[in-house]
Design a protein around this ligand. Sequence first.
Ligand code: NAD
Length: 542
Amino acid sequence: MDLAEALNLALNATSPFAIENFINGRFVPTERVIDSVDPSTGQVWAHVPDSDAVQVNQAVEAADKAFKSWSQTSVQYRSTILNKIADIVEANLSAFAAIESKDQGKPVNLAKVIDVPRCVHNFRFFATAILHDTNESVMQQEPVTALNYVVKQPIGVAGLISPWNLPLYLLSFKIAPALAAGNTVVAKPSEFTSVTAWLLAYVFQEAGVPEGVVNIVFGNGPRAGEPLVLHPRVPIVSFTGSTLIGRRIAEITAPLNKKLSLEMGGKNPCIVFESADVDKAMPTIIKSCFSNQGEICLCTSRLFVHKNIFDEFAKKFSLAANALKVGAPQDDVDLGAVVSEQHYRKITSYIGIARDIGATFLCGERSLHLSNGNKSGFFVQPTAVTNISDDSRLMQEEIFGPVICVLPFETEDEVITRANNVIYGLSASVWSNDVSQVHRVAQKLQAGTVWCNCWLVRELNMPFGGTKASGVGRESAKDSIEFFTEKKTVIDGHMQMVRCEIVTTTTTSTTTRGGATISAVHRCAIERRPAVGSCPSAQPAV
Ligand code: NAD
C-alpha cells in the first residue's frame, strides 16, 4: 500500500481497518490489537497494534542502527527531507483533516485550519531553523592562545510520547526537531488517536526518509510507552501528556540519567479587568474556553472577571456559549465530540460535582440535538458554572473539556494570588486596556506563556513550556534543537604552538656630546617561538 491507498482506506472505510507499526521502514502487524473508536459515533473504526516490549525493542534496534548514518548527514540533506514531508502532508491537507477529525472527534474545519497546517509548519519550520542554527566560538588569549568552539551533536534514539488532543500537531512538533537535529526516532502516539500517525509513516516513506530513521510503535502507555522510555538505548525522552503520567516517567527514568522534556497538564486562568473591551474580546475568550471541545492544554478553564462588569460579562458569555453549535464533526460546527467514552465520563463527572455543590450554571444545561448517527457519540455542550469556591475540585483539577468556572474578583493583587493558586502553571491570559496593568500582571503570573489581549498566538521561535506541575523544559527553534542535541566544547590549543612570544630586552648606551654625557635606554622587542609540543604556561582547564 502507498500513501494514496492508505488515505483512501481511512477515508472510505465502511468497517474497521487495521493499522500497523512502522519499524525499519516497513509496516508490521501485531497479533493483539486495541479497538479505536470514532468518538462522534461511538463505533469502532480502526484496530491499533497493542504493542509491547518486543516491538519496542525491534524499533529501538532499527533506530539505533540508522543513527550511525543519519547523524552524519548534512543539515541541508535533512532540511530537504523535512521540507518534502511538509509538502506531501500539505498536498493531502483535506484528507488528513477529515481523518484526524474522525479519529479524535474534533470538527473537520478546525483540523483544516489548526492541526494539519501546524503539522506542515512544524516540518517546514525545523527544516529551515536547522540551517540557521549557529554555534558559539571564542578565541581564548590568556594564559595561552586557544580556539574554543561548541558543536551541538545529535544524541541518539529519541523516544517520543504524544497525547490524543492534537495528535498530528504535537507528534510532528517532536519528530521534526528530533530529526532536524540528527537523531533517529521511536514514537508512540496515543492509543486513542493513532491513525494519522500511521498515515504520516507513509509520508515518511514517500519523502525518502531512510529505513529505521523514524519508527512508530502503537499501543498503550504501560505496555508500549514504558518499555520505550525505560529502554537503555533511548537516551532522550520527550513526553507530552498528563501531569500524572509525566511524573511517573520522571520517576522511573530518574535513575537512568536520560535527557527528559515534559509538557504536562494545565488549569489556565483568564483574567478580564474592568477596562477590557468585552464585546471585542468575547469571541476570543469563547474560543479560549471551548476550542477543540476544551481539549487543548492551553484552553482557559478558570475565568476571573472584575466584579463591576461580572453580571454583564456573564450574560454575554452565556449567550455566546449557547450559540455555539455542537454536533457531527464533519458538519459546520464549533464543537465536535470529546475523545472517548472514558473522557466523556470524566468531564460529565465534574458537571455532576458542580450540581452536587450547588454551583450556578451560566450555560450548559440544555439538551443536545444530535442526528441518529451521532446519538452514541461523546458530545458535551459548552458549560460554565459560577458560585463555587476556589478550593473546589472544579477550580483545582484539570477537566480538559468544555467546562469552565467563571468567578468575580475585586483587586489586582487578589486575582493574581487566586490565579496562581493551583499546582499548574502552563498558560494564562489577561484582558485589559491598561497597558501597564497588562505587563505588571503578566510578570506576576506563574505560567510559561501569558497572552495579553489575545490567545493561542505564538511565534515558534519563542519558548513554549510549563512551570510548576505543568512541565519541565521548553520547546522552540532554539530550545528544541538544544534539547535534541548535546553540546560539546572543543578546544584547539594548536594556536599557542605557533604564537609568538614577545621578549623585550633593554640596553643602555652612553655618549658624550659637547662635553655633556648623554645616556639612552634602548628597548627591543623580539619574537621567540616556543618549542613545538611545549605548553609553558598551561593552566588547569576548570
Ligand atoms: P496521558 O498522560 O494519559 O497520555 C499521554 C501519552 O502517554 C499517551 O501516548 C499514553 O499512551 C502515554 N502513556 C501513558 N502511560 C504511560 C507510561 N506509564 N509510560 C509511558 N507512556 C505512557 O495524556 P492524554 O490523556 O493522552 O492527554 C491529555 C493530557 O495531555 C492533558 O493533561 C493535557 O493537559 C496534556 N497536554 C499537555 C500539553 C502541553 O504542551 N503541556 C499539550 C497537550 C496535552
